[in-house]
Design a protein around this ligand. Sequence first.
Ligand SMILES: Nc1ncnc2c1ncn2[C@@H]1O[C@H](COP(=O)(O)OP(=O)(O)OP(=O)(O)O)[C@@H](O)[C@H]1O
Ligand SMILES: [Mg+2]
Length: 321
Amino acid sequence: MPTVLVEHLSRTYRSGSTELIALDDLSLTLEAGEIFGFIGPNGAGKTTTIRILSTLLQPTSGRAVVCGHDVSLEPSMVRRSIGYMPDFFGVYDDIKVWEYLDFFAAAYKIPRHSRESVISGVLDLTDLTVKKDAYVESLSRGMKQRLCLAKTLIHDPAVLLLDEPASGLDPRARVEIRELLKELQSMGKTILVSSHILPEMEEFCTRIGIIERGKLLVQGKVDEIIKSKQGSMKFLLRVVEDLEKARDVLARIPLVTVESPGTQDRTAEPNSISIMYAGEAGSEYQLLNSLINAGVKVLSFYAPPSDLEDIFMAVTTGAVN
Ligand SMILES: Nc1ncnc2c1ncn2[C@@H]1O[C@H](COP(=O)(O)OP(=O)(O)OP(=O)(O)O)[C@@H](O)[C@H]1O
Ligand SMILES: [Mg+2]
């Protein structure tokens, strides 16, 4: 069984006589050790899904199972195996960083004698050791975000449900959160992380799901999604010299189309071409291998991130609930 299983999940919000379908027959799975990027525009239903998985909200229909426990039937078992990071960090006055963590450690019934080492472990992981004695309200937004993550790790949960952990952070802090998530993955955690920004997720998510208006539009590996939507993957190749040789090599590989010079973007770098490849996702390394074996001096070979924006725009309609 997958670590997280969501089947035909629906959730309706009622206010007065109006009904709003926030989740509409949503199904998704997370295997153990995955980082799943849950991507969608404002109001898509990301928080609603995460709150159901965190047992804070009941589904209207369908079911969600986390580590073998149904969120509606065994919420306390689910809570033991998850760390939930909300999209909004509450206000905590007059409490120091370590007191804040100690409070949650106690709430999770971590024995008093091991609390200190648990707290110093999560402070170290989130790079907050120097702020141990600082007041929570004195932390910057990025530090508060990391503290919130530290809190979600305190009971060593197998599954992390992170609602936009990088929102409002500067580029460096976003990179740091990403690095931290990778580290947590290497520790064996299964991670669901929501975001509005697809290109940012691509590099470190094992799979993504795109949600809009309560419906999951696609899920899968990023390169596979791109391929299924475009029929082929696009790569940019830049060489030191002898672009013609690169063209010749590529022309001999099946399923490869090299953009002709006439259609080339005027803003393109010199000595670069774009390549469309309709082969299996994951087999594109063969292109690079062939180029290198033929002695082409390759400077870079990569899938441009704008493709991901194109996919996001193509998959979503921009309509809101
Ligand atoms: N408590 C509530 N009562 C009524 N409607 C709600 C409630 N919470 C969420 N909604 C509605 O449900 C829909 C999904 O909201 P949700 O917060 O899950 O979206 P989201 O994908 O997390 O968006 P964002 O990117 O803005 O955080 C929205 O249309 C929202 O207005
Ligand atoms: Mg949200």
